[in-house]
Ligand binder design. Structure first.
Ligand code: SAH
Length: 214
């Protein structure tokens, strides 16, 4: 029996994302179009649209679809915005942001993941996603400031360079926790030089490793 991934994505977006209250049409549209099954190993493709994270090798994971949707909607992305993502991983979140019209810059520290994501971006014609192999807690100073910054790994605090590279107005989203097992999803909003900090719920991400990480 042939499986139509578009139909499965429609169902994923309805059953896992819309019912949990995400209404940003740009997010929903992007998640209906990005072929998530191509961002995981062939052996896991049948599970790619299930309601949980999946391993991508090197001790890392591709986030649960709902978490990708939640972070993308908190960021309130408008087409043309410059977005910095730390933790390319499989490349899925970056592809969703690109599909939303963002100008995406993504940094990964694990070389094989970086290489694999780059190849996938090229195969799927996401030529405009800019990638870098580096410690993302340092940001990407030459390319900043960024309208939005998203960290997709959990750290002990918000890395200072990322705050410095945030545009005003700007929004930064990062999982922060003082244990490595669970974190608060923190939203920082910078406006007229003032920073507002909000806790958007609890999440469990892999470690943010680096100078301003664990
Ligand atoms: N956004 C990814 C999620 C990947 S999991 C996706 O959609 O698949 C988190 C990723 O953050 C891992 O690949 C890990 O290697 C990476 N990471 C952890 N610390 C990092 C750092 N300091 N700089 C860049 N990447 C980092």
């Amino acid at each position: 029996m042939a499986i139509d991934p578009r139909r499965i994505r429609e169902k994923m977006v309805h059953d896992q994302i819309e019912v949990r209250g995400i209404t940003d049409e740009n997010v929903l549209r992007a998640m209906r179009s990005v072929p998530r099954h191509l961002f995981v190993d062939e052996a896991l493709q049948a599970q790619a649209y299930e309601d949980h994270p999946l391993p991508i090798g090197h001790g890392q994971t591709i986030s649960q679809p709902y978490i990708v949707a939640l972070m993308s909607s908190i960021l309130d992305i408008k087409p043309g915005m410059k977005v910095l993502e730390i933790g390319t991983g499989s490349g899925y979140q970056a592809a969703v942001l690109a599909e939303m019209g963002a100008d995406v810059f993504t940094v990964e520290r694990v070389k094989p993941l970086y290489q694999k994501a780059r190849k996938l971006f090229s195969d799927l014609k996401y030529h405009y996603i800019k990638t870098k192999l580096d410690d993302g807690t340092m940001g990407w100073p030459e390319k900043g400031p960024f309208d939005r910054v998203l960290v997709t790994a959990g750290g002990p605090s918000v890395p200072k360079p990322l705050i410095e590279q945030l545009a005003d107005p700007g929004i930064l989203v990062i999982p922060v926790g003082d244990t490595r097992r669970s974190q608060a999803l923190v939203k920082l909003t910078l406006k007229d030089g003032d920073i507002k900090r909000e806790n958007m719920g609890s999440v469990a991400f892999v470690d943010l490793v680096g100078k301003f990480g664990w």
